[in-house]
Design a protein around this ligand. Structure first.
Ligand SMILES: Cc1cc2nc3c(=O)[nH]c(=O)nc-3n(C[C@H](O)[C@H](O)[C@H](O)COP(=O)(O)O)c2cc1C
Length: 229
């Protein structure tokens, strides 16, 4: 589906700041600058909590998320919210050991919060293309315009010994995913988290080991006409 690609790239090209950003990465075609996240507004927290729900209602030709919404939701999920570089979600020992992989129809990217960029995933010297169909074992996954894959970066050690990486990373991913879910509820977006992921195939496509994949989350624009599950 190219609709999402065109919308993202056209929106970036038509937006003044984003156009500057694209020009600035002209020598670095693997990076896409996102618009600065909007850190105010949206539904009040209690309204967002009232609206939060899982939707699997993704059909063919789902509209793309505008770049502004993509930037907002990534910042809400795990952006930098303080001058010391700390993030919107807590992590043990401030390890920040989750990288969000962003699957779009334009390709697979990692979210780089310090630069507010999407950086193309390169495997064996080749940019990774549209692998959204590998973002879930359920059919709807391939249609979601955005799928986030929460990937554990590394085992980390403290003076008390090694922190169980999967247990800790699962907690981290859960906190990030809930931030994203509440942003979605606040902004009128649909989606949900899942663990039904073809980890071996997805990991191979992303050039990582399968045990680093913790959780997936698909997001799309909600349609008032869409049947509620
Ligand atoms: C850790 C976790 C794993 C999940 N895995 C899947 C999944 O693989 N596929 C799916 O369709 N939903 C998955 N879900 C969504 C749950 O089915 C959903 O949250 C639950 O039915 C409650 O519905 P609600 O989110 O609308 O409250 C998962 C949720 C969590 C928290």
């Amino acid at each position: 589906m190219r609709t999402a690609t065109c919308t993202l790239l056209m929106s970036l090209a038509l937006c003044g700041d984003a156009f500057t950003a694209i020009s600035s990465v002209a020598h670095d075609p693997v990076a896409i600058d996102l618009p600065a996240p909007q850190k105010t507004g949206g539904k009040p927290l209690m309204d967002a909590l009232s609206a939060r729900a899982t939707s699997r209602n993704f059909t063919a030709n789902e509209p793309a998320l505008p770049p502004q919404q993509l930037s907002n939701l990534l910042w809400a999920g795990f952006g930098i919210n303080r001058p010391d570089g700390k993030r919107t979600a807590p992590t043990a020992h401030n390890s920040q050991n989750i990288t969000i992989h962003v699957l779009l129809d334009t390709g697979a990217y990692t979210y780089e919060p310090a630069k507010n960029q999407l950086r193309r995933v390169i495997v064996n010297g080749q940019p990774v293309g549209d692998i959204r169909a590998l973002g879930g074992t359920q059919d709807f996954a391939r249609n979601a315009p955005v799928t986030l894959i929460y990937v554990c970066d590394a085992i980390f050690h403290t003076s008390a010994g090694a922190i169980p990486p999967l247990q800790t990373s699962a907690i981290h991913a859960g906190a990030i995913a809930q931030n994203v879910s509440l942003y979605c509820a606040s902004a009128g977006l649909k989606g949900g988290v899942r663990m039904s992921i073809p980890k071996e195939k997805l990991a191979a496509a992303l050039g990582i080991t399968p045990n680093r994949i913790i959780l997936a989350q698909s997001i799309g624009q909600d349609s008032p006409a869409a049947p509620k599950p």
